[in-house]
Design a protein around this ligand. Structure first.
Ligand SMILES: Nc1ncnc2c1ncn2[C@@H]1O[C@H](COP(=O)(O)OP(=O)(O)OP(=O)(O)O)[C@@H](O)[C@H]1O
Ligand SMILES: [Mg+2]
Length: 448
């Protein structure tokens, strides 16, 4: 958490002794204060100046503090307002809140309360500005097909994708789980001349082996028991559009051969059919496996691989483009029309987590936090424990020996890296072998 900040305050107050005391107290706390007794002057100043907080009295010789508040609200000025009300002024106080005041304080105020509220109002303004800045960046990085990123390499990948979309070439998208492969596949379709025709996703991993042929290519009536009607296969449904072969790495070898033949000959037979059907589809496929390794292992046909990857694109895991984390978090909140703000400390926590489930995991964490957080702001404590850094002592402990301290620290880092020793060693800045030796000397074996 950032420490107390210097707050710039504009005070509208015509009682010089009261205004003087408040100003003096605020200055004593390191803040800057300007005092004016004129509504006209205050309106001028809020428009031109750069104040964090306006402290507005209601009754002034030339009008009301509410007029300044109206100005702030109409112009959407980046200032938080606190209104000082008399005792019997509840309706006015409510009106002030309706106009967007941060809070109201009845006069004479308890000074401590006034200072706390001023600090809180300033903090809210800061959050508002930071979140507004995120939104501006979101807009500037107008996502292709809803794929949000400000990572330079990923933006380059998107540019390639956009160019590839216009061509008929097959596209192969590789990336870890939850990195947005399906989103990109849809974007390819949307940005292609085929976008008015169907986009047909097929999850190769979810299709039962014995049905996959008939699902893909259809069947003729009576071609097998249960085939009472002629069935149109997904390849036909996708005619002139795009077929998305998701999790292509899961396709069995016999089906890989079948698919390859279809792609090569541009035609196929329905199950039990005798007349060839012409194929007019664009093929986009995706996998979270390393297809090269699959080919090496003899589980994937290399000739099919070359057919599928007219253009191959690799989506980076989220941990390799951490710049995108705050942007995506804001994006997911906005998409759910959720006005909650992200506390910078929460952004920091999100940014240092490794996201094994990538963007999908982030999306779930944000949705959950949006539902569970009680205030207007999402704070670190609203995030699930597995995302938060381990509860390593924030305060440096002074009751441990150096050796105990080292052990404690290594344990915390291991926990933070979810037991991954390679990453823990990197984070500690030591050789994996050194880490291994240390763990061994402490009797930590592979199992614990
Ligand atoms: N860059 C992004 N911008 C906005 N939303 C994204 C982005 N990347 C992923 N998402 C969202 O994250 C979720 C997961 O994305 P998607 O289903 O496309 O991932 P995937 O790579 O196909 O995952 P899997 O390998 O598990 O099938 C979706 O809700 C998607 O809209
Ligand atoms: Mg997917």
């Amino acid at each position: 958490m950032p420490g107390p900040e210097r707050i710039s305050v504009l005070m509208l107050e015509d009682d010089p002794s009261f205004g003087g005391v408040v100003a003096e107290e605020l200055r004593a706390r390191g803040h800057t204060v300007e005092v004016t007794a004129s509504v006209a002057d205050a309106r001028e100043r809020v428009r031109k100046g750069s104040y964090d907080v306006a402290l507005l009295d209601l009754h002034l010789p030339d009008g009301s503090g509410l007029d300044v508040l109206r100005e702030i609200s109409a112009e959407e000025l980046p200032i938080e307002a606190l209104v000082l009300t008399g005792h019997a002024e509840v309706p006015t106080a409510l009106e002030a809140m309706r106009l967007g005041a941060y809070d109201y304080i009845s006069k004479p105020p308890v000074f401590e309360e006034l200072f706390v509220l001023t600090a809180k109002a300033a903090e809210k303004g800061r959050l508002r500005r930071e979140n507004a800045a995120l939104r501006v960046r979101l807009r500037r990085h107008e996502p292709m097909g809803g794929f949000v990123t400000q990572d330079p390499a990923t933006r380059q990948m998107l540019a390639t994708l956009e160019r590839a979309a216009a061509a008929v070439l097959p596209v192969l998208i590789e990336g870890e789980t939850g990195t947005g492969k399906e989103l990109l596949a849809r974007a390819v379709h949307e940005h292609s001349p085929r976008s008015v025709f169907p986009f047909v996703p097929i999850n190769c991993a979810a299709l039962p082996e014995n049905l996959i042929e008939s699902e893909l290519f259809g069947h003729e009536r009576g071609s097998f028991t249960g085939a009472v009607e002629r069935k149109t296969g997904l390849f036909e449904v996708a005619t002139r559009g795009t077929i998305f072969l998701d999790e292509i790495g899961e396709l069995s070898l016999p089906l890989q051969s079948r698919l390859l033949r279809v792609l090569e000959t541009q035609e196929f037979f329905r199950v039990g059919g005798t007349r060839p059907v012409r194929v007019d589809v664009r093929v986009v496929s995706a996998t979270n496996r390393d297809l090269h390794a699959e080919i090496e292992a003899g589980r994937f046909r290399d000739d099919l691989f070359y057919r599928l990857h007219g253009i191959a694109l690799r989506v980076s895991p989220l941990r390799e483009r951490r710049l995108d984390i705050p942007l995506l978090a804001r994006h997911f909140l906005d998409r759910n029309a959720n006005r909650r703000m992200l506390d910078p400390a929460a952004i920091e926590v999100l940014s240092s987590y490794d996201w094994p489930g990538n963007v999908r995991e982030l999306e779930m964490v944000i949705s959950r936090a949006a539902v569970l957080s009680l205030g207007a702001t999402i704070r670190p404590e609203d995030l699930p424990v597995e995302v938060r850094p381990s509860a390593a002592p924030r305060v440096l402990r002074t009751d441990l020996t150096l050796a105990e301290m080292e052990r404690e620290y290594v344990r915390a880092m291991l926990e933070k890296n979810r037991g991954h020793r390679g990453r823990t060693a990197t984070a500690l800045g030591i050789d994996p072998k050194t880490l291994y030796n240390k763990l061994q000397s402490w009797g930590v074996t592979e199992e614990n």
